[in-house]
Design a protein around this ligand. Structure first.
Ligand code: PHE
Length: 472
């Protein structure tokens, strides 16, 4: 199908509503749910973070999600051009497109370190694949090794710069391949095939964790609300995680919304995407923490939860090598569908802007990610100790890799979302957006209230207390 409007004349559309939903869910569900959510929940003390996070998804994430998709569908072009079209049609300044520009840069920077983590996932697929090959599918993984040996895999990987760099190059190479193939052949293909496989494996492994692990303790850990733990930084972490997980403030949903047909109900679609994404994050918590508690390990081990704790658990499970292999393949699929989305946002903009072919443009945008991400992949070796923004309190002690994460997750995404809420709540022509959104009655009134009032005020407040915790 070919759209005929605007700068993106000739661009492709999703071939069906299901394809759009799967691609959007594929973009949302990724390392953010499986690695970052459990890591942030553990680092920020569990319940208070989780409950505030869920509140952020419903009251801030969902309204902003609908806003972004709306902008994209109305604009039918790469993200900044879509915002410009909405602004122009509303008689407002085209300068509002800055929200998409910040988002696109954020998407680009996220991919730079995202693909390094994607590389680690490939490493573990290789390790479990070898176990599977050597020991057969019904053996536990890493027979004859101690738990310390298996937990040592991650530090060993961190100490090996060239291996990390190679894995990063491999992961970004695969991403470039699919983005270069375009919306229907590449992105839709990845989403419609990989997402269902992902969900099947994911549910199996979560069920296993629930049956064998410490469920009661996980439940109280994740859902006990201790108000004194809800500090400014914890709130900022939660709201940032909500945006990261829903792919908001990154121009992403504007980009995918532009490929959406007029007959897709955007209100319902947004609700489906947000519920699917949040369910996966919570279920990931229920897959990981029971195992952590049952083994007496520390909930606050960040990325170690996925790359150290779980592999030890697979050592004692029957068929552990098969389950471990399936698990990391699933993580890889989830990561790939998100990485494809992250690369698509800046790439589609560059295609419209510079008029070069998709293949060549993807090679250039992906090549830049390869270079900057290459530095991130060497954060623990060649560039160890380099804290590029260490003079700012929020970035103290953060190496290049973590600086990219904090800068995007805690600053750029919330700021872009804040501008989006102001733009949609106050600036854009209401009639113009209402004609597109597919919601009415009290849902519509609530959405308008949330976008215009709650989102901007809450976001501004959280940004201030999160970045300058000493202020209150
Ligand atoms: N939402 C993705 C995840 O949870 C990451 C992402 C962020 C993807 C922003 C696209 C845009 O892993």
């Amino acid at each position: 199908m070919v759209a005929t409007t605007g700068a993106a004349a000739g661009h492709e559309n999703w071939s069906s509503r299901t394809a759009f939903i799967l691609a959007a869910i594929g973009s949302a569900v990724g390392l953010g749910n499986l690695v970052r959510f459990p890591a942030e929940a553990g680092a920020n003390g569990g319940g208070a973070f989780v409950i505030f996070y869920i509140g952020c998804i419903i009251l801030i994430g969902l309204p902003v999600l609908l806003s972004e998709i709306l902008i994209g569908r109305h604009g039918q072009a790469a993200a900044p051009d879509s915002v410009r079209t909405v602004a122009r049609d509303s008689g407002a300044s085209e300068g509002w497109s800055v929200l998409a520009t910040i988002g696109m840069i954020a998407a680009f920077l996220i991919l730079c370190y995202y693909s390094v983590i994607g590389g680690w996932v490939l490493h573990y697929i290789g390790l479990f694949g070898a176990e599977l090959f050597n020991g057969g599918p019904f053996n536990s993984a890493f027979a004859g090794k101690s738990a310390e040996d298996v937990q040592g895999i991650m530090p060993a990987l961190f100490a090996d710069g060239s291996l990390q760099l190679m894995l990063h190059i491999l992961f970004i190479g695969i991403t470039i391949f699919f983005v270069a193939r375009g919306v229907n052949k590449g992105i839709e293909f990845v989403a419609t095939w990989l997402m269902p496989i992902f969900f099947t494996i994911f549910l199996g492994i979560t069920a296993y964790g629930l049956v064998t692990g410490d469920f009661a303790r996980t439940f109280s850990y994740l859902f006990t609300f201790e108000p004194e733990k809800l500090t400014g930084p914890v709130m900022l972490a939660a709201v940032g995680q909500a945006f990261f997980s829903l792919s908001l403030g990154s121009a992403m949903m504007i980009t995918y919304g532009a490929y959406a047909d007029r007959n897709i109900n955007l209100g319902k679609t947004s609700a489906v995407i947000a519920s699917a994404d949040t369910s996966v994050a919570l279920l990931a918590g229920f897959a990981i923490f029971p195992i952590v508690f049952a083994a007496g390990l520390d909930a606050n081990s960040g990325m170690g939860l996925m790359f150290q704790t779980l592999p030890t658990a697979f050592m004692t499970m029957p068929a552990g090598s098969l389950i471990g292999f399936a698990f990391f393949v699933m993580v890889f699929f989830a990561a790939l569908t998100s990485a494809v989305a992250l690369l698509e946002a800046p790439t589609s903009w560059a295609i419209d802007r510079f008029g070069m072919g998709r293949g060549r443009t993807t090679l250039i945008s992906g090549g830049l990610v390869l270079l900057i991400g290459g530095i991130a992949s060497l954060s623990t070796t060649t560039f160890a100790g380099w804290e590029p923004l260490g003079f700012i309190p929020l970035f103290e002690g953060q190496d290049f890799f973590n600086t990219l994460d904090v800068l995007t997750g805690k600053v750029m995404l919330p700021v872009a979302a804040l501008i989006t809420a102001i733009f949609v709540g106050w600036i854009a022509d209401r009639k113009l957006l209402d004609a597109e959104n597919g919601i009415s009655g009290w849902v519509h009134v609530t959405w308008r209230f949330l976008v215009a009032w709650l989102c901007p005020i809450a976001l501004a407040a959280i940004l201030i207390v999160g970045i300058f915790p000493g202020i209150i």
